[in-house]
Ligand binder design. Structure first.
Ligand code: ACM
Length: 388
């Protein structure tokens, strides 16, 4: 099929509006819509409108695979924004690669992956697990209880966290997994076990609707977040907004963006977002990655004149953008993103007070070559003047 130079450019959008992770994925979807509308309001891609084609994969890996193939083959779409759970990214990757399409993935994940056809804009383990391990072991103690949802990401993330804990002289008391749709009683049983084992902190990679159960059960058994906090990689403002926000108070999350980041870009984005979707919506780390990756894509499309994947793959590496979290950069070598690691502590309103942050951007080390916050020589950041 040929397209004329004034045709809209179709972009596939695969975030779930149903299923266990729909709250965070709808947040990613709204961010994608907001950014696309901003791009179109500013004239699109040299006059061509971005046209989003949205589908609901229902938090189910097989649906992601079916829908991405429909988008690529039937709709002739070259670029897709999508996926939250790593199981869903793994399900679409072979199809994206087979059809030489391009996936932008705006979610923190376990690393140990590179694809020519994926741009990773969420945190790699050295951008969230590593700072969280250092912070929690320094401030709370060395005895850790790990709890996660029962799928790929929590297993891999706990494997990495276990190495970091052992290297720092810590001890793992337990590693527990709950089904994605586990009920209240299951979480209550885990919270009772946590109370009985009295760890110094809990490391959580629970996702989706289970997050509210975990924090409520924690309070129910009388655990005090100021003595035994949960340190998480997955609990964001959006999941806290879906529970009684006060239940989160005192718990911590490592992320590369919080709504509370105070800079002009974030303030402007928040104002646009609230005007477009209403004041009641909060933002979160996955929202922010979904937002800035659309602007990175638009800048790349303007430079290479459209959505040809090979041209985009030549253009994207090295691109930089002033994102709500700070300046970000698509890595020339590994398709991940230079991001700004932070640790936040929840207040009663479900917002994070930033208690620690890296002094600048941190290059992604997806294969966790370094186990230290100090980058080894091979991972040094590029000179500031290397900008496109
Ligand atoms: C995740 O599954 N990458 C959160």
């Amino acid at each position: 099929m040929t397209s004329s130079s004034s045709d809209p450019i179709k972009i596939g959008v695969l975030f779930s509006s149903s299923g266990v992770t729909s709250a965070i994925e709808l947040s990613q979807q709204r961010a994608t819509i907001l950014a696309a509308e901003e791009i179109n309001d500013a004239g699109g891609i040299d006059g061509r409108e971005l046209q989003l084609v949205l589908r609901d994969p229902a938090s189910t890996p097989a649906r992601y695979a079916t829908l991405i193939e429909q988008l690529i083959v039937d709709e002739q779409i070259r670029v897709v924004m999508g996926c939250y759970m790593s199981s869903t990214r793994k399900a679409v990757m072979p199809l994206v690669e087979r059809h030489n399409a391009l996936l932008f993935y705006p979610t923190l994940y376990e690393g140990f992956e590179y694809s020519r056809n994926v741009i990773y804009t969420g945190a790699a383990p050295n951008q969230n697990s590593l700072p969280l391990a250092d912070y929690m072991l320094t401030h709370f103690g060395s005895r850790v209880f790990m709890v996660g949802s029962d799928y790929l990401y929590p297993y891999e993330s706990n494997r990495i966290m276990s190495d970091l804990v052992y290297e720092r002289g810590g001890e793992k008391l337990a590693e527990v997994y709950l089904p994605l749709d586990a009920d209240w009683d299951s979480y209550l049983a885990v919270a009772k076990r946590i109370a009985a084992q009295a760890p110094d902190f809990v490391f959580s990679t629970v996702v989706g609707t289970g997050i509210a159960h975990l924090y409520r059960a924690f309070a129910e058994v009388g655990l005090d977040p100021y003595r035994t906090p949960i340190g998480s990689l997955t609990t964001s403002e959006t999941e806290v907004a879906a529970m009684d926000a006060a239940l989160g108070e005192g718990h911590l999350t490592a992320a590369t963006y919080f709504q509370s980041v105070d800079n002009p870009v974030n303030r402007r984005c928040l104002a646009n977002y609230h005007r477009r979707f209403g004041d009641h919506h909060v933002t979160d780390m996955c929202w922010e990655a979904a937002y800035f990756q659309m602007h990175v894509l638009a800048n790349a499309m303007r430079q290479c004149g459209g959505d040809d994947v090979n041209a985009l793959l030549n253009t994207l590496p090295g691109l930089e953008l002033d994102a709500p979290q700070g300046r970000v950069r698509i890595d020339e070598h590994n398709h991940h993103t230079y991001l700004h690691p932070r640790i936040g502590r929840l207040d009663r309103r479900g917002q994070f007070e930033i208690v620690s942050e890296a002094s600048g951007w941190t290059r992604a080390d997806p294969f966790v070559i370094s186990h230290s916050l100090v980058e080894p020589p091979g991972l040094a950041s590029p000179a500031a003047e290397v900008q496109r």
